[in-house]
Design a protein around this ligand. Sequence first.
Ligand code: SF4
Length: 457
Amino acid sequence: MTDEPKRAPSVGFISLGCPKALTDSELILTQLSAEGYQTSKTFQGADLVIVNTCGFIDDAVKESLDTIGEALAENGRVIVTGCLGAKSGDGGGNLVRELHPAVLAVTGPHATQEVMDAVHANLPKPHDPFIDLIPPAGIKLTPRHYAYLKISEGCNHRCTFCIIPSMRGDLVSRPIGDVLKEAKALFEGGVKELLVISQDTSAYGVDIKYRTGFWDGKPVRTRMLDLVAALGDIAEPYGAWVRLHYVYPYPSVDEVIPLMAQGRVLPYLDVPLQHSHPDVLRRMKRPASGEKNLERIARWREMCPELVIRSTFIAGFPGETEEEFEHLLDFVRVAGIDRAGCFAYSPVDGAAANELPGMLPEAEREARRSRFMEVAEAVSAERLRRRVGATMQVLVDSAPGLGRKGGVGRSYADAPEIDGVVRLLPPEKISKTMKVGEFTKARIVAAEGHDLVALPI
Ligand code: SF4
């Protein structure tokens, strides 16, 4: 009698939601693989399915609930994790359990260990983990050449339109030594662009009083400036980019701008401003709402003329007057916001802003969003046009056939998935090739919509 080769237990993994949810998914997938489970992105044929959910807006809740229902129907053995898992239902119990009582387990976000416990209870660990097969950087869901680095979880603010703190709790900063170690492993694993994310990157270390940690045998403080400087140093030998997201306009950010001017990290800041008028910002209870953002941005641009600013805004917040809205339009023009996104305000279940007086009709909120986007797109297009004629470094995201017929990439001014791209024309030189995850120099020949068109050189 011969021994049948044992099939490794397989886990289907569906990842929904924002980049923060994606990093949770990566941690769970890395752990599953480290323990010898096979993973796939579908639920057909899997022994068990994990659905990482999003609970931020109503559409995302619906998508998550539908996916859970589908996984139950097609597979039957489902573990739910993520933001939706932390939400209460109408009956006061857990929303997911109320609607889908057949799920095996439910956890909130950032719960790798709890998810693994549920997996162990329902699909016992294989005896022979293939730990050595795990790349040092873990399993990435993003293309290999860029990766998200989550530096903290939760948020100490209580913006009135947001329910993230009630789902994810107060700020918990990851130890700086761990963060830098992960960054180094990612660069070692071939990552060429590191995207720093959190709910509030400028608040990094506040919860642990900027405790001193260690990296490479040297003391380093858990705070944004030290983190950014260290990341710039670690990225340098790999020729890799470091891009900062979710930075609030606190005075302390002024100290980070010189690092951008020196080219140690990308001169790009994702600053979710949401509005410009002080009264609206107060009603929103926004962090740094008392700051003079226009002056601050002007000073940043003086220190670093290359600086690109991306931001998101809300139009039609409860009580927003026409005058307050026009203040916002002027702000976008004068600040020269390079990339802007805008949501028409929409009430989110459980958010304090629902109680504010002066809710605007939906048609008016939508109309203001359109008016905002018209102004923001004109500002953005004008700023993009200034780049025509310049030579820029472009990170190649797609280049079929070694890029001989052209490809698609991004410059320092474009974060993946949210900004525009650089459309690369077929190179003139026959010997010139391009590969995904490599940099190429390109001369910008046109600006079209949110994108640039460039000739690789
Ligand atoms: S800063 Fe405001 S919007 Fe952002 S996560 Fe915290 S409470 Fe929500």
